[in-house]
Each structure stands twice: as C-alpha cells, then as structure tokens.
Ligand binder design. Structure first.
Ligand SMILES: Cc1cc2nc3c(=O)[nH]c(=O)nc-3n(C[C@H](O)[C@H](O)[C@H](O)COP(=O)(O)OP(=O)(O)OC[C@H]3O[C@@H](n4cnc5c(N)ncnc54)[C@H](O)[C@@H]3O)c2cc1C
Length: 302
C-alpha cells in the first residue's frame, strides 16, 4: 500500500487552503472529502472575506476550487472517512471504500447541522423540511415558511428567504436573537418576518409534505400553517471518526497554535477544532498553518 506524506480530510475552506499550501511545499499528499466547499457553499451572502465586499458562497467556493485545481493534487471526492487512527507510527485512514496510510494527517472536516429531534422531523426531511436555505430557498417562492433558530445561520437563512417567500416565522427558543447586529437589524426591519422568541417547536405536521409546525410559547400551543421549514439551530463537529485525539465538551478537536492535536503527526484546522471563531477567513488561515506545521514535522523526520 502506498504511504503518503499527508492526508487532508475535508475540502471546505480549511482543507482547500491546507491543500494549496501543501502543494506549494511539494508534500506528497491526498485529499479525501465528501464534497468541495463545505459549509462555505451554503452561505448566501458573504461580506467578511477580505478582498470581496460581497460574494455569494457558491461563487467564493468556485474560486477556491479553481485555485485548488491549478495544482496536480490527488483528490478522492464523494468519499467519507469513517475512522482515523495511529498505527505503527503511521496514520491509518479508513473510508467506506478503502484504507489509506500516511505519515501525517490534517483533519479539516468542519461541522454539520444539528437536528431538532422532534416528531415529524425525519418523516418530512426533504418533503418541506430542510437544513440548507441556500440549496432549497428557491423551492418556496411565494410560500409561508418557518426558520428555526436564533443565531447567524438562522439569520442568514431568513435574509435569503425574504427575497423569495411570502411570509417567514422565525422561531427562536431563547429570549432574544443572537448573531451579528447588522443581520439582526435587517431581519427585524422586514415586514414579512414574524419573530417568536422563547418559543419551542413541538412537532412538524403534514401529510405527504409539510403543512405546518406546532409551537409552544408561554404555555400556549398553536399550529402555524407553513409549507417549508428551515432548521438552523447550530452545528456539530464532524469529529466522530477520530478517537485518538483530545476533544472539548462539544466534540471539537483541541489544537494548539501550531494546529497540533494531542497525537503526534495528526494536525487539525477550521471549524472541527476548538479555535474560537468559526469563519471562512479563520478556517483558511488555520488550514494554511496546519499544512505548514505538517511540512515542518515531515522535514524533521526526513
Ligand atoms: C449558512 C451558513 C452561512 C455562513 N456564512 C458565513 C459568512 O458569511 N462568513 C463567514 O466567514 N463564515 C460563514 N459561515 C461559516 C463558514 O462557512 C465556516 O466557518 C467554514 O466553512 C468552515 O470551514 P471548514 O473548512 O473548517 O469546514 P467546512 O466548511 O464544514 O468543511 C468541511 C469539509 O469536510 C468534509 N467532511 C466532513 N466530514 C467528512 C468525513 N467524515 N470524510 C470526508 N470528508 C468530510 C465536508 O464534506 C467538507 O468538504 C457560514 C456557515 C453557514 C452554515
């Protein structure tokens, strides 16, 4: 079996930047990823990536991918890593299709959407209930929809839906909305958005497709008539496949400022780590640092 110098897991902003840096350092590496772009592809409106006052997520991802493909990089796309561990001083990476080995690994597997865990959620997934406003908002033109959540992801979803839908119920289980002030103001100013704070979702209702959402506020239960539901209640790290490294209470991989994990030769970067801010520009910077740290480690081994 071929042993790479490094394997990068994930091709979101962190993994792509790590790959660009690794390629420029002539590391012999492989990228294994479920998709190209990660969460960045889901953002409708990015206003905080230096150099672009405004750019849509898919457009920024296209630019990232163009940069990535400039190099002759081996990429296993649509492949999911199910286990990563150290064995005989090598890193062993198992996917659903194959097993790979390398001297180092850079984990850049990011985060995924949290589920609501209420009645009807599984039944109506992709039958009106979705976790991605960027992907699915156009399906709900002139319809009534509910967005569940109160942070940046929920606000971003509402701002995308304002342009398309007839009315939006924003259902948040805390006393007030969180997220960026500028987004919050835009949402609060909109005439088609009705905000329900301190409100719990009890059930998604429908027949073949979503027909409504049952909520509870101040002990009063009511059913709102909606055809679409966007679940935007936060994210969980894609870190289950790696057992050999220390994680924090949220499951994020602990890293130091050189992106080293608690296990030698395993580096991590971006949203999957305990780095404080989860942003594209931060993930890119962390990806660059992780690749340079892996390069330094490999140079010391040579
Ligand atoms: C709706 C939304 C809007 C946002 N808006 C903004 C914004 O305006 N500005 C901003 O700066 N940030 C924004 N963010 C946050 C930003 O997208 C993330 O911080 C950034 O994408 C993190 O990059 P990452 O590479 O660490 O992880 P991710 O983007 O999550 O990428 C992870 C990669 O790993 C792959 N992967 C996961 N598990 C596995 C596995 N087991 N095997 C193989 N591959 C795997 C995924 O397919 C993906 O390619 C937004 C996020 C969301 C959800």
């Amino acid at each position: 079996m071929r042993t790479y110098e490094s394997i990068i897991i994930g091709a979101g902003p962190a993994g792509i930047t790590a790959a660009v840096y690794a390629a420029r350092k002539k590391i012999d590496f492989l990228v294994i990823t479920k998709d190209i772009g990660g969460q960045a592809a889901l953002s409708g409106d990015i206003q905080n990536y230096t150099g672009y006052q405004f750019i849509a997520g898919p457009e920024l991802v296209a630019k990232f991918e163009e940069h990535l493909r400039k190099f002759d990089i081996s990429i296993k796309e649509n492949e999911e890593v199910v286990e990563l561990k150290k064995e005989d001083n090598l890193v062993l990476v198992k996917t659903k299709k194959d097993i790979y080995t390398a001297k180092t690994a850079i984990v850049a597997s990011g985060k995924r959407s949290k589920e609501l865990n209420v009645a009807g959620e599984k039944e109506f997934k992709n039958r009106g209930l979705t976790y991605c406003a960027t992907c699915d908002a156009p399906l709900f033109a002139n319809k009534s929809v509910a967005v569940i959540g109160g942070g940046n992801s929920a606000l971003d979803a509402v701002l995308q839906l304002i342009k398309i839908t007839k009315e939006i119920y924003l259902i948040n289980n805390t006393p007030s909305l969180g997220g960026d002030q500028i987004m919050k103001e835009k949402v609060e100013e909109s005439k088609i958005v009705k905000i329900f704070n301190n409100t719990q979702v009890l059930e998604i209702v429908g027949d073949r497709f979503v027909r409504g959402i049952k909520i509870k506020k101040d002990k009063i239960i009511e059913e709102l008539s909606v055809q679409g539901i966007f679940v935007e209640i936060g994210l969980i790290p894609n870190s289950e496949f790696i057992k050999d490294v220390e994680k924090n209470e949220f499951g994020e991989i602990k890293v130091n400022c050189k992106n080293e994990t608690s296990t030698q030769a395993i580096f991590a970067c971006g949203d999957v780590t305990d780095v404080p801010e989860k942003q594209i520009i931060v993930a890119c910077g962390e990806g660059a640092k992780a690749a340079l740290s892996a390069f330094r480690f490999l140079s010391q081994q040579r």
